[in-house]
Design a protein. Structure first.
Ligand SMILES: NC(=O)c1ccc[n+]([C@@H]2O[C@H](COP(=O)([O-])OP(=O)(O)OC[C@H]3O[C@@H](n4cnc5c(N)ncnc54)[C@H](O)[C@@H]3O)[C@@H](O)[C@H]2O)c1
Length: 441
């Protein structure tokens, strides 16, 4: 999808004028290329005294063969273990590490700060200090976004120290190009996940993707297939030809079905009667209108597609015990569900409901040795957003730390991380894929 503003504002001469006027100048983001290392440059790591992740982080950096940065020179990633910070007076450790380090961060660089969930920090003082990390990391994301860099906070529950690998591989690599300012919580593994092949982490896994004939759903299917998954792709019968074309390309099975049909959960369960490893609820629609002009049918038909049918499909698959051990449910929410949006009361309600479903079901899924998470895309360059009027379209692109829209593949990469059998400690999270959009939390 063309972003003319980016092209024009970065052209010679115009670029100088744009800089003088203070206009955003989006940089081209690094994205994953087959065979690339996790971090294509040096990693500078540090820790506040008393941190508990030193051994795990060092083992991780060895595993991904990361080159360590010395006291000088550029770094592609900054990693800071802040779990040792137990009092607000110790937050200065952040300043001590990042003050000399941040200027060394290269373009499309990565920053990950690691902390402890405040409720598990051990004392009110420690909880206060750990909660403070969120404001720091989100601000850092806004400071480095102009160079295409990102910053995240990863909260590691005590006992989850060995569950960092899949999350750090994602957040430190170009796969997380359009994810910034996020707080991800990692808990103990819900299931054992021995022997991951990091080049094909989804090999041998069966995955259902709804709404897969185009847009974000097609990108999800393509990325999951790249990572080795066997696919069952679902879409409405009206898009049969498109669905079949995608399925042929990805050697996938298809289900042509309206997910709101009364017998849809039963039909899906029949087709997955041998079990399924990952369900990606991507199908969704907008039916925009302000609430004053919203007929009931417009409200209800959207709610059925975006939320209620997902609940029914989940219930059916779980009742029939079809979600395999270390299984995954991954849902597609939206920034609108977090920040709200004029003209989208129905859509935002449904997408906030998706986040509620994820949070409410996570403990039950953990008991079944499975996880449920969501992604919340912001402005993604698709046919849907290309059709928007120019003013909201430009605002959607520019009002983020990265000053540009994301690509469907950015959502897909985030889902591939959550779907990985190695992400067995990631449960109940909603991760925004929005370039740290300035709207909402
Ligand atoms: N594009 C964005 O910027 C953006 C932002 C936030 C969230 N999202 C969400 O991402 C998801 C994919 O969006 P997209 O932009 O690719 O849209 P899209 O319209 O291109 O794709 C949605 C797909 O869902 C399918 N679908 C709709 N109703 C269905 C039903 N009843 N049964 C089965 N399939 C059905 C459609 O046929 C279509 O293939 C949606 O859930 C959307 O709400 C998109």
């Amino acid at each position: 999808m063309s972003d003319r503003y980016s092209q024009v504002v970065n052209a010679p001469v115009v670029s100088t004028v744009a800089k003088q006027l203070g206009l955003p100048q989006p940089v081209e983001l690094d994205r994953y290329k087959a065979g690339a290392p996790v971090v294509s440059g040096r990693v500078l790591s540090g820790a506040a005294p008393g941190g508990r992740l030193g051994r795990a982080l060092s083992a991780f950096l060895d595993q991904v063969k990361a080159e360590r940065a010395g006291t000088e020179g550029p770094a592609k990633a900054l990693l800071f273990d802040a779990t040792g910070i137990a009092d607000s007076s110790e937050l200065v450790e952040l300043q001590r590490f990042f003050y000399p380090a941040v200027g060394r961060l290269q373009r499309s660089g990565r920053i990950v700060v690691l902390g402890t969930p405040p409720a598990e920090a051990g004392s009110p003082r420690a909880a206060t200090a750990q909660r403070a990390l969120e404001g720091f990391t989100r601000s850092l994301g806004k400071e480095v976004g102009g160079k295409g860099s990102t910053a995240q906070l990863v909260l590691v529950e005590p006992g989850a120290e060995d569950e960092l690998a899949s999350t750090l591989r994602f957040l430190l690599s170009p796969r997380s190009a359009y994810v910034s300012g996020q707080v991800v919580r990692i808990g103990p593994a819900v299931a054992a996940a021995p022997g991951i092949d990091w080049d094909q982490p989804l090999a041998g896994k069966l995955m259902l993707v709804t709404g897969a004939s185009r847009g974000i759903g097609e990108a999800i299917a393509t990325t999951l297939r790249r990572d080795g998954a066997e696919l069952v792709l679902l879409d409405v019968p009206a898009l049969s030809a498109d669905l079949k074309a995608v399925a042929q390309r990805l050697e996938a099975e298809t289900i042509e079905l309206d997910i709101t049909a009364e017998d849809a959960p039963a039909q899906i369960a029949e087709r997955l009667s041998g079990g399924v490893d990952v369900v990606v609820h991507n199908a969704g629609v907008t039916r925009d209108r302000t609430i004053a002009k919203m007929p009931e049918e417009r409200w209800s038909s959207l709610m059925e597609i975006n939320l209620s049918s997902e609940e029914r499909i989940n219930d059916e698959l779980l009742d029939r015990q079809l979600l395999r051990p270390n299984g995954r449910i991954v849902c597609v929410s939206s920034m609108s569900g977090i920040a709200g949006n004029s003209g989208q009361t129905n859509y935002a309600t449904s997408k906030a409901g998706v986040i509620g479903m994820v949070e409410a079901m996570a403990p039950e899924l953990a008991k079944r040795k499975a996880t449920i998470n969501a992604v919340a895309p912001g402005f993604i360059e698709t046919q849907m957003t290309a059709a928007m009027p120019i003013a909201p379209r430009e605002a959607g692109r520019r009002l983020s730390s990265l000053s540009q829209g994301g690509l469907p593949v950015d959502v897909a990469e985030t889902i591939a991380w959550l779907a990985s059998p190695a992400s067995t400690g990631v449960n109940g999270n909603t991760v925004r894929v929005c370039g740290q959009n300035l709207l909402g939390a």
